[in-house]
Design a binder for this molecule. Sequence first.
Ligand code: ASP
Ligand code: MG
Length: 419
Amino acid sequence: MKVYKFGGASVRSAEGIKNIVKIVSGVTEPLFIVISAMGKTTNAMEVVLEQFMKANHAASLEKLAEVESYHREIISELFEIPENGRNAVKPLFDELKKFITEGVGDDYDRWYDRLVSFGEVISTRIISAYFVECGISNEWLDMRTLLVTDSNFREANVKMNDSQIRLLKAADFSKNRIYIGQGFIGANIKGDPTTLGREGSDYSAAVVGNLLDAESVTIWKDVPGILNADPRIFENTVHIPELTYLDAVELAYSGAQIIHPKTIKPLENKQIPLYVRPFGSPKEAGSVIKSSTEKPINVPVLILRKNQVLITIRPRDFSFVLEESLSKAFVIMNKHRLKISLIQSSAISISVCVDNTRYLADAMDELGNEFKVSYNESLELLTIRGINNDIVNQTTSGREILLSQRTRRIGRFLMKELE
Ligand code: ASP
Ligand code: MG
């Protein structure tokens, strides 16, 4: 069997969903299809949640009505008999409205997962019903009953063994050839919904691939495959047809948006190849990530990670026991879920570069109890893999560089964001 994953951009419109039908119709083997929420639904659900948490129930319901009408429009455009689509999602919106009207927003992360996870439930319900209308029989699965996670709400980790038992039972390919499940969501052992981190649907697809021993996992994307740089930021990008798992981990960790960093491990562990293929031109090969390649990457790869903050900390007591300070500082940063993208240490200070998130302020407060803390924000981190002086000049000349690191192969430059 194979796993196909379609992201939010691919299912943002009726046209995109029709294209999925075209792609899936060409496949004769067993398929597990993982799908994201439609378009920007996750962002919209975050606004629904914000209002709910502030006890602005009316504003929250108003925002939810927008989400509902967006999906209704897609349904009207898509279905021969729109009633079939509407019936598929009506109970979900009813459930959401009940949550918002009756719920009390106590624990932000828990409520996030309870509400925002509906984006994927809604999209898969619509697409599964539309498949049926197109004569593609399939079974819809609720990943909140199949992917067992820990209770680390908003960034949950999948418990592979528990999930495998459930998933193998549910996805029985002797009964159905096509299963449809949600990316991004699962539930803890008590059944409370969890999410796996923003953009986590790739990770879901990889986990499903691992648990079902897929022959391959394919992520269909609105790009021609993996490029050596983001074409929206850099000129003269080149297509990379083959990468190793190690290449892919490095790129994802440096902030390449092409795949979620957690995606590679479940695939590498079972040596399952990952294809990244263009949704708009399904005949093209795209890129493949696998254990080894005959065509090593021979161009510099550029990755720009935006919205970075540089934090520099020093022990208050002027202690030089760096190891101890290091471990204390990292425990605090880990607790507040800071994503560290670069580390530099000197005799008495540690500098780390992290993503600017909503947890940052609390982390800084706690670090401030133990350390002297200073920071700079509005920075971007450029990673160049396969570094040479020309490419460094092209990408950094005239820029204010706050920190740089360079090895033989990789250069990293932390710069002020351009105005
Ligand atoms: N819908 C989720 C998000 O937008 C997960 C995903 O699309 O990967 O973050
Ligand atoms: Mg996405």
